[in-house]
Ligand binder design. Structure first.
Ligand SMILES: *[C@@H]1O[C@H](CO)[C@@H](O)[C@H](O)[C@H]1NC(C)=O
Ligand SMILES: *[C@@H]1O[C@H](CO)[C@@H](O)[C@H](O)[C@H]1NC(C)=O
Ligand SMILES: *[C@@H]1O[C@H](CO)[C@@H](O)[C@H](O)[C@H]1NC(C)=O
Ligand SMILES: *[C@@H]1O[C@H](CO)[C@@H](O)[C@H](O)[C@H]1NC(C)=O
Ligand SMILES: *[C@@H]1O[C@H](CO)[C@@H](O)[C@H](O)[C@H]1NC(C)=O
Length: 346
């Protein structure tokens, strides 16, 4: 009992000094409280409160914890993915779980194949973190030797580190891929009807250079426990987020905005909820960026299959494809549907 108490006490003294010396913040920590939420270095010692500017001119208090900007090291990198392509149109940026070898292969063999489109050049980039097992690391290195389309950051590949993955992607793009016109951010289990995107969404997208296109969410509660729990030091006293954000699986972003959002991330304290941080907070901090709701880009796989089977012209834009069978089925239906018009694109 005694050694344990001492360890806790030491932790608390350390914690207390951080708070009083650097932040000048008071809050109550009970004996035995979990203090593991201080993994990041504290940056701004003089002015530690951060307010988010809302679209209506008001602000909402975000947090009084500020952190070192995130500077990932690339363990695997392919800085040439976008090069020699003056007119690169799409960069498909995939947030991939490091052990999802199959999912990455499904994407390479279907709609996200980098050589598929001739009308609109496309490149694909897979973002991963560090696996916990070294055998997986060996496999991912081999995969990268073969395909040369992976960027790996030096953070553990974990659900709670997805914001880091996203910021790394924005950073990589601002360093290596400024020539792409649009970034399509997806998760590694998403099917996109790229022909429909080109035919029906691009004409709208061209008119709104400061919009992010996605399935938007609004008026979400700030969870304090459960799977999406947010620490009490974020949005204190706020029940519902007073701003919208994108559901992360499919997001289309004009590339000029990506670089601005990366710059904004350098002054915006970290929040682990990646969709809220990347596609809710960063657009607001960047300024003059809005979200554009696309209703048909967040579809259940069965709805999507049904849509292709029952309609001559299925208007679904993006759907979940949790297994290879679904991904290949959707892709085959998609090709069949565009059969006579495919020559315009491929
Ligand atoms: C502290 O930061 C806030 C938000 O960035 C800003 O409005 C305020 O002026 C700053 N205060 C000082 C003393 O720098
Ligand atoms: C996120 O990555 C950092 C750096 O590798 C690691 O210290 C931390 O434990 C990771 N977070 C989670 C929840 O795994
Ligand atoms: C947000 O949701 C709550 C609960 O459903 C509702 O009472 C409130 O009117 C909603 N606010 C907006 C702006 O839609
Ligand atoms: C920081 O946030 C905590 C939690 O909401 C609050 O109790 C404290 O007063 C805040 N401190 C400052 C300096 O804003
Ligand atoms: C927002 O961006 C648009 C398009 O670039 C520009 O025309 C407009 O002046 C900008 N508005 C502000 C307030 O910066």
């Amino acid at each position: 009992m005694v050694p344990r108490r001492i360890i806790r006490q030491t932790g608390l003294v350390f914690l207390a000094s951080l708070c009083f010396i650097f932040l000048n913040v008071t809050f109550i920590v009970e004996w035995g409280d979990d203090v593991s939420w201080i993994p990041y270095e504290i940056r701004d010692v003089s002015n530690s409160s951060f307010w988010i500017p809302l679209a209506n001119g008001k602000t909402v208090f975000y947090t009084n914890f500020t952190f070192m900007p995130f500077m990932p090291k690339y363990l695997l990198n392919n800085p040439n993915i976008c090069q020699n392509k003056e007119s690169l149109f799409f960069l498909v940026m995939v947030h991939s779980a490091v052990f999802h070898f199959d999912q990455r292969e499904f994407l390479r063999r279907t709609w996200a194949n980098k050589d598929l489109l001739r009308s609109h050049t496309m490149r694909v980039l897979f973002l991963v973190g560090l696996p916990r097992e070294s055998s997986i690391q060996e496999r991912i290195q081999k995969e990268n030797d073969q395909h040369g389309d992976i960027v790996q950051g030096d953070f553990i590949d974990d659900y709670h580190n997805l914001t880091h993955k996203g910021v790394m992607g924005f950073k990589w793009i601002s360093e290596n891929c400024k020539n792409a016109k649009y970034v399509i951010k997806i998760d590694d289990d998403v099917f996109v009807n790229i022909f429909n995107l080109i035919e029906t969404v691009l004409p709208v997208v061209r008119k709104y250079p400061r919009h992010i296109f996605c399935y938007t969410r609004g008026n979400n509660t700030v969870a304090r426990d459960g799977r999406h729990a947010v620490d009490m030091h974020y949005f204190p006293g706020v029940r519902r987020l007073p701003f919208p954000f994108c559901a992360g699986p499919f997001v289309l972003i004009p590339n000029a905005v990506v670089t601005e959002m990366y710059v904004a991330s350098l002054r915006t304290p970290f929040l682990w909820l990646d969709d809220v941080y990347l596609f809710g907070i960063l657009p607001l901090v960047t300024g003059n960026v809005s979200l554009f709701h696309l209703p048909n880009c967040h579809e259940d796989p069965n709805n999507a299959l049904e849509c292709f089977l029952s309609k001559a012209q299925c208007d679904i834009l993006a759907a979940f494809a949790w297994d290879g069978k679904t991904m290949f089925s959707l892709w085959n239906y998609n090709l069949r549907q565009y059969n006579e018009r495919l020559w315009r694109y491929v």
